[in-house]
Design a binder for this molecule. Structure first.
Ligand code: ADP
Length: 182
């Protein structure tokens, strides 16, 4: 049983690493970015509301992601644990998550902060070529990360839940560092 939150800037490798870890623990990998992208592709009501924010590198409104995550955490497969990737992304979302988990009588075990320097992030994102990976949007996403998401590092540090892992190494090296934690 593991309940983990992945924190880190865009391009840190959260998606890749958290997916591998979730598969090896046989627990669901819950990525708000992935769920939102699917909603945009399917042009669902959620996708239609989220699209313009995502295209500009902004966070989508808290209410949309909170509803989405609440619904996802209510599914029976979360009993075995979960990995959250991309949520929470600001202090309000973190507070709401604490509230949701207290109602479910769940708690997270650890928050993993994947640490990667800016130069590496930009290079990785530019080579990835996702729709929101053009230079201007990348710059905005990094700014949003610094202003809104990075404060979560001290939020979780003060709760003694944070572990920082050096994400500026090969995929295999990061995976093995994570396996040694879990
Ligand atoms: P990355 O880690 O590369 O930024 P994600 O797939 O996690 O990519 O997120 C892509 C986009 O989805 C974000 O730029 C944002 O617009 C939206 N998004 C994802 N998660 C959240 C969240 N928790 N709160 C608000 N917006 C979110």
């Amino acid at each position: 049983m593991a309940r983990l939150i992945f924190l880190g800037p865009p391009g840190a490798g959260k998606g890749t690493q958290s997916k591998v870890l979730a598969d090896s623990h046989l627990i669901p990998h819950i990525s708000t970015g992935e769920i939102l992208r699917e909603a945009v592709t399917g042009q669902t009501p959620l996708g239609m509301k989220a699209q313009r924010y995502m295209e500009r590198g902004e966070l989508v409104p808290d209410q949309l992601v909170v509803d989405l995550i609440q619904e996802r955490l209510d599914k029976p497969d979360t009993q075995s644990g979960w990995i959250l990737d991309g949520f929470p992304r600001n202090v309000i979302q973190a507070q709401i998550l604490d509230f949701i988990l207290s109602k479910l009588s769940h708690d997270y075990d650890r928050v993993i902060n994947l640490d990667v320097p800016d130069e590496t992030l930009v290079a990785r994102l530019l080579s990835r070529g996702r729709k929101d990976d053009n230079e201007e949007v990348i710059r905005r996403r990094l700014e949003v990360y610094r202003d809104q998401t990075a404060p979560l590092i001290s939020y979780y540090e003060s709760r003694e839940k944070l572990v920082t892992v050096d994400g500026n190494q090969s995929m295999e090296a990061v995976s093995s560092a994570l396996n040694n934690l879990a």
